[in-house]
Design a protein around this ligand. Structure first.
Ligand SMILES: *Cc1c(COP(=O)(O)O)cnc(C)c1O
Length: 416
């Protein structure tokens, strides 16, 4: 596409946008003067779909009217409620319905997956993770390493980009696998790195690692609902995600997990709870745990229905749009933003997000001075600052417009 720098061009892109009507389905935060803000923070907390209230109200109403009977007789019975999300999740993650489940929250799920897929031995005990992984992920893997009695210094390999680069090269990951493969138990990466926005080559890395018997898991916090995924076909062992970023399901909402179907058997080591037990006799309260032969076998507790209702509302929009159309608009929107930013001649900012990205661009402020971020915030742009020197902006295809991108560019250009 031939982009240009005029506002009319942004408006013409909006008028041709097939997904433009979806913006009206979301609550867009407003400034004091009643004008809508430029909300570029869907990578941190997605906006509320207007219909979510109705979905949550339905469950409050059924609880009020039915009490415990709602488990079986609510309009959407609570006993199997998590199953109502599986079809939508399977399309977003690229998996079979039996491979995805809504449960717990992200870091909790990561620990549960590490229980199953990090089973270190004297010979094979290392974990590979990004050097700039989200802190919670680092804390989780470090604590697991210690839990098994290993030394974090020896067991944790942190992937760094080459000097002067921001993205980690796949070939460098392969080289580490070549050199240390026999001692590596697990590779655990953010599918889309939260800081740089880099999308890892899921398929290539998984294949390469598995040849050496390494387990492969991805944290999809920044990937789910943002980029096209095919976890089943890529043969990934496990994945975890949260639903409050691109999946617009509300602060702290329930997360999800994927376990490849080849691991769905009762021999896999796991932490267990009653919700993971065989549905046919769960309420006979048997003593012996007999896991459901799907990813549901990893569930511990009966889930919070109000949260699942919010997820269900949001996923109904994803069902309607489909990931293909979403990603198509996302690429156009983000490429447009790249184009506009690169037209600003300056020595104060640079985009560190590699070409292979989702919707987020990470803008490095060269001297690490946060005032630029404070100033765009004052102008009504909601983005975020990540230490030491990055402003993350994420134009989200479901509710952001080309005009949003244009207005942001104009604000930034004037400040620079
Ligand atoms: C957002 C995010 C988390 C947050 O974890 P919670 O358990 O949901 O609080 C963890 N890891 C990554 C990579 C994230 O982006």
């Amino acid at each position: 596409m031939n982009y240009n720098l005029s506002k009319d061009f942004a408006l013409s892109l909006d008028s041709k946008d097939e997904l433009k009507s979806y913006r009206k389905q979301f609550h867009i935060p407003k400034k004091n003067n009643g004008k809508e803000m430029i909300y570029f923070c869907g990578n941190s907390l997605g906006l509320q779909p207007k219909k979510t209230q109705e979905y949550v109200d339905q469950e409050l109403k059924d609880w009020a009217n039915l009490g415990v009977e709602g488990h079986l007789h609510a309009k959407n019975p609570w006993l199997p409620y998590h199953e109502f999300l599986s079809s939508s999740y399977s399309k977003i993650i690229g998996a079979k319905e039996t491979e995805v489940v809504a449960m717990n929250t992200l870091t909790v799920n990561l620990h549960l997956m590490l229980v199953s897929f990090y089973r270190p031995t004297e010979k094979r005990f290392k974990i590979i993770i990004e050097d700039d992984a989200f802190p919670s992920d680092i804390y989780a893997v470090e604590s697991q390493i210690k839990h098994h009695g290993f030394d974090v210094e020896k067991a944790l390999i942190k992937l760094k980009p080459r000097e002067g680069e921001f993205a980690v090269r796949t070939e460098d990951i392969e080289e580490i696998i070549d050199q240390q493969g026999e001692s590596i138990e697990l590779i655990m990466l953010g599918g889309v790195n939260y800081y740089t926005g880099q999308v890892f080559d899921f398929e290539k890395i998984t294949k390469y690692a598995q040849l050496k018997g390494v387990n492969v898991g991805f944290d999809l916090a920044h990937a789910a609902g943002n980029v096209n995924l095919k976890l089943h076909d890529w043969n990934v062992d496990f994945a975890v995600w949260c639903s409050y970023k691109y999946l617009n399901s509300g602060p702290g909402s329930v997360g999800g997990a994927f376990v490849h179907e080849r691991h769905h058997n009762s021999q896999v080591h796991r932490f267990s709870g009653w919700w993971g037990h065989n549905k046919a006799d769960r309420f006979k309260m048997p003593d012996k745990f007999n896991p459901i032969k799907t990813v549901e076998g990893w569930q511990l507790s009966n889930p919070p229905i109000l949260s699942l209702a919010a997820i269900r509302s949001s996923l109904s929009i994803f069902d309607e749009v489909g990931m293909d159309k979403l990603v198509l608009k996302s690429n156009n929107l983000t490429n447009y933003l790249r184009f506009l930013l690169s037209s600003i001649e300056n020595d104060r900012i640079e985009i560190i997000t590699p070409k292979k990205s989702g919707c987020q661009l990470s803008i490095r402020v060269i001297n690490g001075n946060k005032t630029l971020f404070d100033m765009i915030t004052n102008k009504g742009v909601i983005s975020d600052w990540r230490e030491p020197d990055v402003i993350r902006v994420a134009p989200v295809p479901l509710y952001n417009s080309y005009e949003d991108v244009y207005v942001f560019y104009n604000i930034l250009k004037k400040l620079i």
